[in-house]
Design a protein around this ligand. Structure first.
Ligand code: ZN
Ligand code: MN
Length: 489
């Protein structure tokens, strides 16, 4: 291969199923909930008994429309359901109620942020409503027995299909994370990948540039049912290599009909052939005769649009502009809607925004991580934190003391001002006193002075640490640093 030939590159499209968190299932009144004793959340409708009539759950429709608006989709004024026929033991009806030619949402855009900070729009082909199937449980106890749990049958799903606009495994993961974040923000799904409420199928083929300047496209693989971001990335990376090798072996290219379905085996790190993919005609789609067409009035769409919160990307841009915090801080704060809300609640009581962001992202997030709690479960009110932020921002206490006050607030439930007054934690401001302490510390540590003169900057940090210790963190760190430096000269 000569050096000027471009490298092969992938074309990727994703299909993402999320389980909608409605109270009841899509077409019956069974409870829509994860788990439970197998085969207890079922009824004749979701089991597909003869003569039973499904009825569309209005909540499924409205949550799907909200998702479509968030993905900048057009919303169909007339939508309908279709039967997708296939046989599998987890599908007692022998068909899945889905949407074929009139999906509720179509032609949207999801903007993903790339590593260099630029934004890439990924087109959304469609997002449609459908029902889930049950779950097979294969025992690995030597008996080879398989069981089936139908509790999930009829649970509502929204399937979002992208155009093949994704050009790397990294972009695929960014797309998934962005989609998940939006669905969590609008609260249509808990997107719990371990419980399977967000599952991803990836379609991938490779473009291989040839010496004559043309390119060939390899047959598409659809990698089914991946339930972690890292598996999506690893499976796609594996396919990129496999498809190029395969092409060099057999020369097969994409004919439009030779798609195959593969699974990802995480333990071996490989994708495995499952079957040559059914074409649409194999599913014998036909209109669901038991469900009427659904008319969606523009007034309904407009009303649902008003129920959407500010979406993450918009929130991030606003936080940076309004509070002059870094893009990185805004990204972390907005990763969870309620965390950003908490930060903004502090900012209504203080204008030391940067300090407020620091306290939230370091002190409070550390507590959330350690205790495994969410910000809603964090016991200190934002107003109380604002008081601490004010003390920090006004220079009344150092950040060192701030941490101590924060810990005491958690332990005692007292206010920041109260703790500072009771413990006399006011920043030491008497210059002559600070000067005397700094001088004493410098004189007592000749080794550090020596190190500093030999260019070891850590020596200064050490001396500062000693001063902090001596003053119980009450010294103004800027002043102390200046004084130590003056003694070191
Ligand atoms: Zn049911
Ligand atoms: Mn589907």
């Amino acid at each position: 291969m000569s050096a000027n030939i471009k490298k092969p590159y992938p074309i990727i499209g994703l299909e993402v199923h999320v389980q909608l968190k409605t109270k009841t299932k899509a077409f019956c009144r069974c409870e829509n909930k994860y788990g439970g004793i197998p085969n207890t959340r079922v009824c004749p409708v979701c089991m597909g008994m003869p003569g039973m009539l499904p009825v569309l759950n209005e909540e499924v429709l409205s949550e799907s429309i909200r998702a479509g608006i968030a993905l900048k989709c057009s919303i169909a004024n007339l939508t309908k359901f279709d039967r997708k026929n296939y046989m599998y033991p987890d599908l007692p009806k022998g068909y899945q109620i889905s949407q074929y030619d009139k999906p509720i949402c179509y032609e949207g855009i999801l903007e993903i942020e790339l590593e260099d900070g630029s934004v890439k729009p990924i087109r959304i082909t469609r997002a449609h409503m459908e029902e889930d199937a049950g779950k097979l449980i294969h025992l690995e106890d030597g008996t080879n027995n398989s069981y089936v749990d139908y509790n999930r049958c009829g649970a509502p799903l929204l399937e979002t299909v992208s155009e093949p606009d994704i050009s790397s495994p990294d972009e695929a993961v960014r797309y998934l994370k962005t989609l998940k974040e939006i669905f969590e923000y609008i609260k249509i799904s808990d997107c719990n990948m371990e419980e399977g409420s967000l599952r991803c199928d990836a379609n991938i083929s490779m473009m291989i540039p040839l010496e004559d300047g043309t390119e060939v496209n390899t047959p598409i693989s659809e990698i089914k049912n991946m339930n972690s971001f890292s598996n999506v990335k690893k499976a796609l990376e594996y396919e990129m290599v496999r498809q190029v090798e395969e092409y060099h072996k057999n020369g097969l290219t994409n004919t439009g009909t030779n798609k195959e379905t593969r699974g990802y085996d995480d333990s071996k790190g490989i994708t495995v052939f499952q079957r040559s993919k059914e074409g649409e005609s194999d599913y014998r789609y036909f209109p669901e005769p038991d469900l009427p067409h659904v008319e969606v009035a523009n007034s309904k769409i407009e009303h649902l649009a008003t129920t959407l919160p500010e979406l993450p990307a918009v929130k991030r841009a606003r936080l940076v502009k309004q509070y002059h915090i870094t893009a990185y801080d805004a990204l972390t704060l907005s990763s969870v809607q309620e965390l950003a809300d908490y930060f903004e609640a502090i900012c209504t009581k203080t204008s030391h925004y940067k300090k407020a962001a620091n306290v939230v992202l370091t002190d409070i997030c550390a507590v959330l991580n350690n205790d495994g709690i969410s910000i809603e479960e964090f016991p200190i009110a934002p107003e109380a934190i604002a008081e601490l932020v004010e003390l920090l921002g006004a220079g009344k206490i150092s950040s060192w003391m701030g941490k101590e006050v924060f810990e005491k607030m958690r332990a005692t439930g007292k206010s920041a001002n109260q703790i500072v007054t009771e413990e006399n934690l006011v920043q030491m401001d008497d210059d002559s006193e600070i000067k005397a302490i700094c001088q004493r510390i410098v004189e007592a540590n000749p080794k550090s002075v020596e190190d500093y003169k030999n260019g070891k900057d850590n020596a200064l940090k050490f001396l500062m640490g000693q001063v902090m210790k001596e003053t119980k963190g009450k010294v103004n760190p800027v002043k102390a640093t200046e004084l130590i430096l003056s003694f070191l000269q």
